[in-house]
Design a binder for this molecule. Sequence first.
Ligand SMILES: O=P(O)(O)OC[C@H]1O[C@](O)(CO)[C@@H](O)[C@@H]1O
Length: 302
Amino acid sequence: MQFYHFTALKFNVFFIKYAKYDKKYWTKCPIRGKMHICNQAAHLKVVQIVLGIFYELGGFFMRIYQAKDYADMSRKAANIVSAQVIMKPNCVLGLATGSTPIGLYKQLVEWFKKGDLDFSEVMTVNLDEYKGLSRENDQSYYYFMHQNLFDHVNIPVENTHLPNGMEPDSQKECKRYTELIQSLGGVDLQLLGIGHNGHIGFNEPGESFDKQVHCVNLTESTIEANKRFFASADDVPKQAYTMGIKTIMQAKKILIVASGEDKAEIVHKAFFGPITPQVPASVLQLHNDVTLVADEAALSYL
Ligand SMILES: O=P(O)(O)OC[C@H]1O[C@](O)(CO)[C@@H](O)[C@@H]1O
């Protein structure tokens, strides 16, 4: 497996960028996991040394695995999910929909059928669900998860959780889902895809980093990207329930998958650009345990 030591480079790019344009130096404090500004070159130097030591110790850094293609990406990412299930059989998996994780789910099903994986104690919480779609609707994420994973492995249905798209009272549903995640003890491993505009879950550009589960209005670009699954763009729901960035960042580990050249620009922005709500996935640079598994095409801007 190819492992890129991009982190050091990333931080250097980061430093140079801000040194040049802002005359301020944003960095991540590796101990508290918070952003702060270094306003003196000496301070910057110290932070760089500390980061270097953490890096050498294999500390809090993003891992980027480059896969050859979609199939390879799916297998590598499935390996990480299955390691989680094997190491902690009663873990809480945060799951994602979209086209990217389909191959990963297929691989998990295959390993389950071979007897290599057991989901009997696993619990799952999905990132999001369209508001207004019933479970029976073949475009609901409930339907997707059953179709791609739950119906093919031995996970008890009562262990699987998604926001209830048919609950009209947004406040009530968001509170229920936030409390549910907390009652499970939080997410051990959160799987994410990335939208072309950098959205994670349905957190669209401009969303505050400070939100728990909430109801969002989908952007035109997301409606456009998702219309391929519906008869027309008019049929795409206009709202969705989603875990907020805060909920996602509370996961103990994050695994993000990306495939294809059309994701190359946003992957580059998200992981090497400034941390900004305009690119929601960029917040992941602040998480202590993030793994990106992407194919060569999706990493081609790096
Ligand atoms: O994997 P895809 O289909 O490119 O989708 C990327 C992201 O967009 C969504 O499908 C939402 O539009 C997410 O669920 C997903 O993470």
